[in-house]
Design a protein around this ligand. Structure first.
Ligand code: ATP
Ligand code: MG
Length: 199
């Protein structure tokens, strides 16, 4: 073995000991609260990836699409014949052009009732609240009510929250928080969103 091989082997052994230690320490088992936020691309994609993962094991999953719900969505197309998946879509399909406070609030409250039901159902293993951060930011949803529903959910249920500018209290209570950081986005160079890639 060369010196370099020996050094590599030693550092891998150290890393393994460190990881083994961490694995031994991770003993608690319960559902998680996860937040995918930040300005970079990948929040909703990561949520649907986790949905696919859960469905792959036969778990029940609920997805609430708070905005862009009426838009095309390839993952939903692919997965919506799975009997274990329930998708609820905000009726107006809130977009940047509508922005009618009254009708958006009403539509948001309606779909929130579905979310609340899912957040009380111990049969549902994973609940995704896609783009819910905007609903809290604009005051369409009461933050305290959302937090209470998250806190009181079944112990085994995992919840994923997506959207930019995640609320500070929600971030504070989450088990896993990932901030997607934009290094570059094609859109800014004038490239159109692509079907099957961006939606
Ligand atoms: P995705 O749905 O691709 O995972 P996302 O959930 O992180 O993206 P959103 O803010 O919800 O991002 O925006 C959704 C749409 O906007 C997608 O078509 C996505 O490709 C596009 N998008 C995401 N990030 C950016 C960005 N930084 N600049 C421009 N467009 C973006
Ligand atoms: Mg998104």
């Amino acid at each position: 073995m060369t010196d370099r091989d020996t050094r590599h082997q030693q550092s891998m052994q150290k890393l393994k000991a460190h990881v083994d230690d961490k694995v031994a320490n991770a003993t608690e088992e319960r559902g998680l609260l996860m937040v995918f936020t930040g300005n970079g691309k990948g929040k909703t994609t990561a949520a649907w990836g986790t949905v696919t993962r859960a469905l792959g094991y036969g778990y029940k999953v609920g997805v609430i699409q708070f905005i862009k719900g009426l838009w095309e969505c390839g993952e939903r197309e692919r997965l919506n014949d799975d009997a274990n998946l329930e998708v609820a879509i905000m009726a107006t399909g809130f977009t940047w052009d509508t922005q009618n406070r009254e009708s958006d609030t009403k539509a948001c409250q309606e779909v929130w009732q579905e979310a609340k039901r899912m957040l009380e159902d111990p049969e549902i293993y994973l609940v995704v609240l896609d783009e819910i951060t905007y609903m809290m930011k604009y005051g369409y949803l009461d933050v305290a009510e959302v937090i209470a529903a998250l806190e009181n959910r079944p112990a085994e249920q995992t919840v994923i929250i997506t959207g930019r500018n995640a609320n500070r209290e929600v971030v504070a209570m989450a088990d896993t928080v990932t901030e997607m950081q934009e290094t570059r986005h094609a859109f800014n160079a004038g490239l159109k969103a692509r079907r099957g890639i961006d939606f």
